[in-house]
Design a protein around this ligand. Sequence first.
Ligand code: GLV
Ligand code: MN
Ligand code: MN
Length: 403
Amino acid sequence: MSRAVPLLDALADVGADRVRGGYSRHGFDRADHTLREWFTGEAEARGLDVDVDRNGNLWAWWGTPGPGAVVTGSHLDSVPGGGAFDGPLGVVSALAAVDVLRARGFVPAKPVALVVFAEEEGGRFGVPCLGSRLLVGTLDAEHARALRDPDGVTLAEAVRATGLDPATLGRDDESLARVGCFVELHVEQGRGLVDLGAPVGVAESILAHGRWRLTLHGEGNHAGATALADRADPMLPAASLVLAARRAAASVPGARATVGRLVPTPGGTNVIPSTVDAWLDARASDGPGTRRVVEDVVAAAREAAEAEGCTLSVREESYGGTVAFDAGLREVVSGALGGVPALPTGAGHDAGVLAARVPTAMLFVRNPTGVSHAPAEHAEADDCEAGVTALARVLAHLAGPSC
Ligand code: GLV
Ligand code: MN
Ligand code: MN
């Protein structure tokens, strides 16, 4: 049994989604509030001091907050209908690693902090890694405050409801200056470690990736009374766009493109939609490859829109270039573990955002099926324990007297 498992089990009912299955836990919603309270309680029970930064990220301190801190953690929010491990595994492993080190009598020579980043998945406000992007300043605060969730609630309103002043959102050099290095443990999203026969590995790189909102504008009308020749139905170019996404990604080696969300307005079975919003998630090994996929999809969508008498508007909602994790820190982390495999990932992480400003590394825990962002996401208890042991070893090394 892993020390991480009972901690994860304590969260089993929080944000369980009875309609989609799995979990729907989104930034600053009720489930998120419960999770943040839970984390604060667990941290305080360990004698850690918890503070909330200007962007709603939670920090629990072992030692006096200050420069050179060794930071670990992840996020507690999920995609809609997500799994139990993406994010929470890194948070519970951080708590469990503190327990391991304490039981050994380890006293850190540097401050150690456990962090929970806000709205990593962008499941509510659309921008992934919201808390970490605001922290490092790659997301403009003014723009962020105006982001709206599907119910029309702005981020400013949502954070205010949790007691945080939205005016404080934005680049936070003071909080970032405390971070000496960041190590995020995460369930692997893919089968790399399965194929390598290893329970734990370190991350090498993250694909360039972004999100684009493509809105097709047509004419809302009656499904029975409108002759086919008289229609401007935006669902037709939306269908072309979805097929173009697969074609465009297949034309760039290693690229991926996904339309995971398609929203017709008003959304009635007997109604020709007036608009259809399609969100395109595109990723490739580099920025130009990613941009090429998006340009191809946009061109195909525009052509299909014109053929149906519709128009298209496009908005980039987020973008991040390829991340190559700090090679020096990766060597140190891998060395502390006696040598573990290094592997790339197609998934985005707060660690990828922080990597632009501080030395950052990631530990991956084997996922037996590779499935993620779905209720079937899993990690075996023994592998979770291997992750806790590895994280404790890495923290002991990085926060120890000789590092
Ligand atoms: C987050 O997990 C992402 O890769 O979108
Ligand atoms: Mn995720
Ligand atoms: Mn994650």
